[in-house]
Write a protein that binds this ligand. Structure first.
Ligand SMILES: [Fe+2]
Ligand SMILES: [Fe+2]
Length: 282
């Protein structure tokens, strides 16, 4: 993954803005880009196949995770964050798969995979930060795809789930510079593409495109990540980018919403996705 072409539009110059932190955030994003991304854990690809099966084999799911203890720990922590919405708790990964169901657990695995960016200490926080919006977008994108007669509801669901991966390096930079609590990194840039460019030298669509290409996502998914704010510029699959763009208009970033509404959204996602999918009989 190292030596990939930098994100389109990336400007390395020091910020001219009034905040010193902006310059620090730019430098940190630049260093993430120059270091390159770690490969996705290989179990993510195996689990993506296993959890897409019509009847899911729980034993094979557990086998796929068996050599990935650190990643399994992250999956379990995000699972429990989600389960906390319904006052449930999974003491281990197997229980988490059963309690969440194959579909929701699949989304957790993909989200934990793409949040393997930057320092380990921030990965769980970043997964939590983007989880609720991502899963809401997955649900909504799938519903729009169905109504629009788009041929692959599954592809729309994954595109909705992963569309904002570009926020992850920005979150890493903002957290490392300690600017999420105060100053220009205090989330005021989220969903404000020009402001992101001012602070970080790049916006979440540009860096998301770089990530999606680095991880060799499908051309359609690269389009959805890169162009969900400007679908007419999509090169391979404008329809999918348009679906995600439409979903985005109805799904504001969760931190802008009241805690009570966030909790309700979280419970709704759980109720909607948990019953999906089936395990093979033991
Ligand atoms: Fe979004
Ligand atoms: Fe976005």
């Amino acid at each position: 993954m190292r030596g990939e072409v930098p994100p389109r539009g990336f400007v390395k110059k020091k910020s001219q803005g009034p905040y010193g932190t902006e310059g620090l955030c730019r430098s940190r994003v630049a260093s993430i880009v120059s270091q390159g991304l770690e490969p996705l854990p290989s179990c993510v690809f195996d689990l993506d196949i296993l959890l897409n099966e019509r009847i899911v084999d729980l034993t094979r799911v557990m086998q796929a995770l068996s050599n990935f203890s650190e990643f399994s720990g992250r999956v379990l922590r995000l699972s429990n964050t989600i389960l906390a919405g319904s006052s449930e708790f999974a003491p281990n990964v197997e229980d988490a798969v059963i309690l969440l169901g194959p579909c929701l657990f699949h989304a957790v695995v993909l989200l934990c995979g793409v949040t393997e960016v930057g320092a380990n200490i921030f990965r769980d926080e970043n997964a939590e930060a983007i989880w609720l919006h991502s899963v809401q977008m997955a649900i909504l994108s799938e519903q729009i795809a169905e109504q629009a007669g788009y041929p692959s509801r599954g592809a729309a669901c994954v595109a909705g789930l992963l569309h904002d991966i570009g926020y992850l390096p920005l979150l890493v930079a903002a957290r490392e510079e300690g600017s999420l609590l105060n100053g220009p990194g205090a989330f005021e840039w989220w969903d404000d593409v020009p402001r992101e460019r001012e602070i970080f030298g790049v916006d979440h669509c540009q860096i998301g495109e770089w990530m999606a290409k680095s991880w060799k996502f499908s051309p359609s998914l690269i389009d959805a990540v890169s162009h969900h704010h400007d679908p007419l510029k999509a090169k391979q699959n404008a329809a999918l980018a348009e679906i995600v763009c439409t979903a985005e208009r109805h799904c504001p970033a969760p931190f802008r919403q009241e805690p009570a509404k966030r909790a309700r959204m979280s419970r709704n996602s759980l109720a909607l996705l948990r019953p999906r999918g089936k395990f093979a009989e033991a």
